[in-house]
Design a protein. Structure first.
Length: 300
């Protein structure tokens, strides 16, 4: 069993598909991941979460590794059947999260499709006010991922929580302390935003992090712009992108963050395919170094 130290106030883990967790986790547990974030899609509506929690706890055994979050990624604000499945699954996950020991439920806010962000706020308030109240009763927090999912301020299909201006509107619409962010620098960087100033401003609202970085090809931007045929940015596994994660983790500590950074793999253009887990384990070691390395107790 791993004995937690003060370093484990910020754990380094990875994301795992929820349905596959009982068989997936035992295969990678030995690499040293300290937490796992479980992810679900609208197609997982109706899954027996009680049984899954029991199987996941058995897979973790006495390792000391924790389930950091349960994430549902769909559009709970929409009117299509998959949207109703998403909303139903979010409710189920909030109810079941304590069975996993997970303190955070994560996902997209949803969006009124094709409309500017402000036009989603009334529906956001209608859906997320009771969900926030349910989470509060369960002792949980809700973290919205900051991925644009191809949308922008004026249109989109999935999520409004990808822009700091939208965060201000969201948290004003539903002023609950249990609502916050599932943040990563990548999504801000590919929108050509500097992630560090917003990390300083919004750090108290960050409840969970995805460990994902980006490489911005400024030479491509100068020659081709951001709307041409040459990709100007790539999502990267931490340790291969442009961010200094020592700065990110230091800022998180100064903000009082306690929680997990779970690597979001399967995006890197180089460490993919047969190199996927090679890249993730490299990222695990890199993030642990950026956290300060192994814990060393002070002299008595």
């Amino acid at each position: 069993m791993t004995i937690p130290t003060p370093q484990h106030d910020i754990r380094i883990g990875t994301l795992v598909p929820g349905r596959q967790a009982p068989t997936y986790i035992p295969q990678i547990l030995r690499y040293g991941f300290e937490s796992f974030g479980l992810t679900f899609s609208p197609d997982d509506h109706g899954i027996n979460l009680r049984d899954l929690a029991r199987e996941v706890r058995a897979a973790l055994a006495d390792s000391g590794v924790v389930i950091s979050s349960l994430g549902v990624y769909g559009n709970p604000l929409g009117d299509e059947p998959r949207d109703h499945n998403t909303l139903g699954l979010i409710r189920e996950v909030i109810e079941a999260a304590p069975l996993f020991g997970a303190p955070v439920v994560a996902g997209f806010t949803g969006r009124v499709r094709g409309q500017p962000i402000p036009d989603s706020l009334a529906r956001f308030r209608e859906i997320w006010t009771p969900l926030a109240e349910l989470a509060a009763r369960k002792g949980l927090r809700i973290a919205f991922e900051n991925c644009a999912m191809g949308g922008d301020w004026n249109q989109g299909d999935w999520n409004i929580a990808h822009n700091p201006d939208a965060w201000a509107l969201m948290f004003d619409a539903v002023p609950s302390p249990v609502l916050g962010l599932q943040w990563e620098p990548c999504h801000q960087m590919v929108a050509l935003m500097d992630p560090m100033p917003q990390l300083r401003k919004w750090g108290k609202r960050i409840f969970h992090l995805h460990g994902k970085d980006a490489t911005i090809r400024w030479d491509v931007i100068r020659e081709h712009g951001i709307a041409g045929c040459v990709p100007f940015a790539f999502h990267r596994t931490p340790g291969f992108g442009d961010s200094n994660w020592s700065d990110i983790i230091s800022e998180l500590r100064m903000q009082g963050f306690r929680g997990s950074i779970d690597i979001e793999g399967w995006h890197d253009p180089v460490y993919r395919g047969e190199l996927e887990m090679t890249g993730q384990v490299h990222a695990l070691a890199y993030l642990k170094r950026c956290r300060g390395g192994d814990f060393v107790p002070n002299p008595a």
